[in-house]
Design a protein around this ligand. Structure first.
Ligand SMILES: Cc1cc2nc3c(=O)[nH]c(=O)nc-3n(C[C@H](O)[C@H](O)[C@H](O)COP(=O)(O)OP(=O)(O)OC[C@H]3O[C@@H](n4cnc5c(N)ncnc54)[C@H](O)[C@@H]3O)c2cc1C
Length: 304
């Protein structure tokens, strides 16, 4: 059994369904696509077709005792960006890791469930936000098919321009238009600014870093190689968990404790002594990590 549908323009769909009925409308749509018609062959329709609008939804809970929701069963974002298959495949990957972890290490099951759901919802919410942004950026335009033609600056029929825009194939693609014209999600804008290479060459050994407001080091279930494992992440509202190695975890704990009063090289020395390893082994990775975390806005230097 397969589920088959057609995504169509709202006005066209409404008037055609009024004129010919849902069943005939769906059959006509399938016939209009020779490839789909060949795949369907002479299959029969088992349950009556349904018309749906306002597509986005997410389940209030994605896991429970003995079950896990994946793909469309868990959530779905407006088909604008073709995220359905991406979300389903991603969910299958992290969902399988959750199931493996829950079965092999029941003590970790609750935390693995929370981490799975957090990762999955974060992805869903990013795409949801992107769709919201698209519509918000096109408030004054009657049809996003026409808007897509303007965005891609191509003299193609509006429908074709729309497909090229949302599939990211246009040379002057949709993303650039969002960057230059529409409001950016706060985190994205911050990430862009921090990606500028201003800190990349600075020597960070003497920096006295602080953790950015709202961030904390959290001990939780972290996605490893095909399963969740106990580990650490840097967590904050509205940002993706940032998994960190045990060594970087030590650094962040020191940063949390010293709150801008100790330099990175002092903390590296302390970490080396506490773990009984030579300082020259921990200093280089800690300096490199500090550079990255400063660039990502996770750590702040000086009085920022
Ligand atoms: C018209 C339309 C166009 C779309 N276009 C795109 C697109 O261009 N790009 C994109 O990424 N996504 C698109 N999507 C969304 C995408 O198809 C789904 O998000 C994706 O297929 C979800 O995968 P899934 O595995 O969760 O569910 P499905 O692909 O629906 O798989 C669920 C399967 O379970 C079977 N099943 C159901 N009940 C039972 C049962 N009791 N026992 C056994 N089997 C059962 C069903 O027959 C089905 O084969 C579109 C969706 C629709 C409806």
């Amino acid at each position: 059994m397969s589920s088959i549908g057609a995504v169509v323009d709202r006005d066209f769909g409404a008037s055609s369904i009024r004129a010919s009925g849902l069943h005939t409308f769906l059959k006509d749509q399938i016939s209009a696509s020779p490839r789909s018609a060949a795949m369907v062959g002479d299959a029969t329709i088992h349950s009556p077709p349904k018309a749906v609008r306002d597509w986005s939804y997410s389940a209030s809970s994605m896991t429970g005792p003995g079950w896990v929701l994946l793909g469309d069963a868990a959530c779905f974002v407006d088909p604008l960006f073709s995220t359905g298959v991406h979300l389903a495949v991603t969910a299958a990957h992290i969902g399988a890791a959750y199931v493996v972890s829950a079965l092999s290490d029941p003590d970790l099951a609750d935390e693995a469930s929370a981490s799975f759901e957090r990762m999955y919802r974060t992805q869903y919410e990013h795409f949801h936000e992107l769709a919201r942004l698209f519509y918000a950026g096109n408030r004054s335009v009657d049809s996003y098919f026409w808007e897509a033609r303007r965005i891609t600056r191509e003299q193609r029929p509006p429908r074709e321009a729309f497909v090229r825009a949302v599939s990211g194939q246009a040379a002057a693609g949709y993303e650039r238009s969002v960057l230059s014209r529409a409001e950016l999600p706060g985190n994205f804008e911050k990430a862009l600014q921090s990606a500028r290479p201003k800190n990349s060459t600075a020597d960070v050994a003497d920096v006295r870093p602080r953790l950015a407001a709202g961030l904390a080091l959290v001990n939780t279930a972290v996605l490893g190689d095909g399963r969740f494992e106990r580990g650490h992440v840097i967590r904050g509202d509205n940002r993706v968990d940032l998994p960190v190695s045990p060594l970087i975890g030590h650094l962040v704990r020191h940063v949390e404790r010293h709150r801008g009063t100790a330099t990175v090289s002092q903390m590296a020395r302390d970490i080396a002594v506490q773990n009984g390893v030579p300082p020259e082994r921990v200093q280089p990775p800690l300096l490199e990590a500090t550079r990255l975390l400063l660039r990502d806005g996770v750590l702040l230097a000086g009085d920022h």
